[in-house]
Design a protein around this ligand. Structure first.
Ligand SMILES: [Fe+2]
Length: 248
């Protein structure tokens, strides 16, 4: 978190899983760890809950996420939000995390589908470039297939909404490896997985780190970079080859 706080960025997006079992003590620790980031970026730090942050029905009932991350809390009954940045960009976030306990699924139910569709429609009419942010992938690279008990249920519906509204990028986490891909169902949208912010692995893409990118006024993502924290504490930065636009 110290290394993230030292980064120079216009905004910081955190796509969930700040805890493991959504225990209140974990949320307390996470809030402490995030405090310097909120201090630096304020409303330009956008966070959503991951499945681990809604691990148990009790944690949802007790609203631990909302209590310890009030900046990320949504009004009662809402699962979708948008924040506008400058004159050209909007971040739209969706919360598909539900307490499945021993499984790691998310759920895009019909209400969430309708809410997201409406929000993307409204934001689309403003002409802003949209960065859509969720916790779960809907598309996986061949070498990292998603297992059924780890996937977003009704993920095809999310792909359909993205195909229709064409956000510049879909930003997510959940699978502990950084990647950048384009899905044939959503050829206008780059899918970026930021990977784990705080895990340990011998593979740099699965070790603690994040992704950075630039966004042009025309909505093109450029300069996508994988950043990994090396064991000795240095940061490794690796430019990502952006997959070309697919016909469609
Ligand atoms: Fe997750």
């Amino acid at each position: 978190m110290e290394r993230i706080a030292a980064e120079d960025a216009d905004m910081v997006l955190f796509s969930g899983d700040m805890t493991t079992m959504s225990l209140e003590g974990e949320f307390r620790d996470a809030a402490k760890a995030f405090a310097p980031l909120y201090e630096k970026w304020g409303e330009r730090l956008v966070a959503i809950a991951g499945n681990h942050d809604r691990y148990s029905p009790r944690s949802v009932r007790q609203q631990y996420f909302e209590k310890h991350f009030p900046q990320a809390a949504l009004p009662e009954g809402r699962r979708v939000f948008s924040r506008q940045f400058g004159d050209h960009v909007a971040v739209v976030g969706l919360d598909a995390s539900r307490p499945f306990m021993v499984r790691s699924n998310g759920l895009l139910d019909k209400d969430l589908e309708r809410e997201l569709d409406h929000e993307l429609e409204v934001i689309g009419e403003t002409g802003r470039q949209v960065l859509l942010m969720g916790h779960f992938p809907y598309s996986y690279p061949g070498q990292h297939p998603g297992k059924w008990h780890h996937r977003l249920l009704r993920e095809g519906t999310l792909a359909g909404l993205i195909a229709r509204h064409q956000p510049a990028a879909y930003l997510h986490g959940h699978k502990h490896v950084r990647w950048c891909l384009r899905d044939a169902r959503t050829p206008q949208t780059l899918c970026l997985n930021c990977g784990p912010a705080g895990m340990s692995s011998s593979c740099p893409d699965s070790h603690a780190g994040w992704l950075t990118f630039e966004l042009s006024q025309g909505g093109a993502l450029t300069g996508i970079t994988k950043v990994s924290l090396l064991p000795e504490g240095d940061l490794q930065r690796e430019a990502v080859t952006i997959p070309p636009q697919l016909p469609g």
